[in-house]
Design a protein around this ligand. Structure first.
Ligand SMILES: NC(=O)C1=CN([C@@H]2O[C@H](COP(=O)(O)OP(=O)(O)OC[C@H]3O[C@@H](n4cnc5c(N)ncnc54)[C@H](OP(=O)(O)O)[C@@H]3O)[C@@H](O)[C@H]2O)C=CC1
Ligand SMILES: CC(=O)N[C@@H](CCC(=O)OP(=O)(O)O)C(=O)O
Length: 352
């Protein structure tokens, strides 16, 4: 059995990890931390886990994380990098849901996250946690910086158009003018109290935010450049807050080049994602709904070419807390421990 520790067990991604790992056949949860709720039984705070998780929250200091095989950090940015060195020295693998190990350039990290990177040497060996793109590297990794919620939807929505594996090296789209119009439910902002996610502020309301620049922009651009194998990527990324709890819907707009005009994009996507257990390329003309992935690790994609013109519209839906966070974490953990990738992740979406 894999001994798992979770730092940040009271947050939305933390409790989602507990929900998934409680059903995982190869995992024992060893420790769950909370600074504010230490001593409280987990099932008292989350009755959905009654009879499933028989542990109390402990402080991070008391958690004996070095005795685990793997530790998930479901914490704000900056927490994992402060403990990574000690855990690695004790032979513990690390999966960080925050951004400490995502951006490879420490200057970019400091610019977007407002703090200096605490362990650039560990960042250098860390692998970006997007299994469909980085599967082989994740299998060998000691530290995985899990992809962000919006970045997962945008990168998987665009990968078939940019990867030389499917394009044969041809430029099928103008990669310098990509638009991502992305919408998230309020759980994306976490469980902490904030005015913007109050019921009376966020329900019956809809707004864009961070249009000037969101911290996921450099992460997505870094990922798209790696997928494409060149630097010529330009992205306009506009996130929106929608009046729902879970879910991300990204609508991606790309302009086709001459070389792209005669391509069968439905087939290109189906071929690229053939055999991928969590990516569903829907039939041509579909309109995927966030509800169709709610609570599951699935991501659904539909490709449209309105009026047969030179603009391709790609629709992508995922559950931000599952494929966008904790499910992605379990998927990467499975790879790191040589388990079938779908272990513990076969939940069907809750609908309605
Ligand atoms: N929500 C989402 O959709 C997604 C979130 N993420 C990322 O995952 C991480 C967690 O997000 P989310 O669950 O939403 O956040 P929450 O705000 O809901 O939870 C944060 C958790 O971290 C703990 N915590 C806070 N500060 C510290 C600290 N200094 N040391 C140890 N524990 C701490 C909190 O518990 P306590 O204060 O009791 O210790 C709490 O359990 C974030 O980095 C977020 O960016 C990634 C993808 C999607
Ligand atoms: C709706 C909302 O506020 N979403 C968050 C993004 C989700 C998140 O937690 O970001 P990471 O994936 O980088 O960890 C935001 O825009 O800041």
């Amino acid at each position: 059995m894999i001994k798992v520790g979770i730092v940040g067990g009271t947050g939305y991604t933390g409790v989602e990890l507990l929900r998934l790992l409680a059903q995982h056949p190869d995992v024992t949860i060893q420790a769950i931390t909370s600074r504010t709720e230490a001593g409280m039984p987990v099932a008292e705070m989350f009755p959905s886990l009654r009879g499933r998780i028989d542990l109390k929250f402990t402080t991070p200091a008391e958690a004996k994380l070095s005795e685990c095989d793997v530790v998930f950090f479901a914490t704000p940015h900056g927490v994992a990098m402060a403990q990574a060195k000690e855990l690695l020295a004790a032979g513990v693998k690390i999966l960080d849901l925050a951004a400490d190990f995502r951006l490879k350039d420490v200057k970019e990290f400091a610019k977007w996250y407002g703090m200096e990177h605490g362990c650039p040497e560990i960042l250098a060996e860390a692998v970006y946690g997007l299994a469909e793109i980085n599967r082989e590297a994740i299998k060998k990794a000691r530290v995985v910086g899990l992809a962000g919620c919006y970045p997962t939807s945008v990168q998987l929505g665009l990968a078939p158009l940019l990867s030389p594996k499917s394009t044969g090296g041809k430029q099928l789209i103008d990669g310098t003018h990509i638009i991502s119009d992305s919408k998230s439910g309020t759980s994306g902002a976490g469980r902490k109290a904030e005015i913007g996610t109050l019921l009376s502020e966020s329900s019956d309301n809809f707004k864009a935010y961070a249009v000037k620049g969101h911290r996921h922009l450099p992460e997505i651009v870094q990922g798209l450049k790696a997928i494409a194998g060149h630097e010529h990527i330009g992205l306009t990324f506009v996130p929106h807050l929608t009046p729902m709890i879970r879910g991300i819907h990204s609508t991606l707009y790309v302009r086709l080049t001459e070389a792209g005009m005669d391509v069968d994009f439905q087939k290109l996507y189906e071929d690229f994602y053939q055999g991928e257990p969590f990516v569903d390329v829907m039939p041509a003309g579909s309109h995927p709904e966030t509800r169709s992935v709610r609570g599951s690790n699935g991501l659904r994609i539909a490709i449209h070419r309105p009026g047969g013109g030179d603009t391709l519209v790609i629709l992508v839906v995922e559950d931000n807390l599952v494929k966008g966070a904790s499910g992605q974490g379990v998927q990467c953990m499975n790879l790191m421990f040589g388990l079938p990738e779908t272990t513990g992740l076969t939940q069907i979406a809750v609908s309605p």
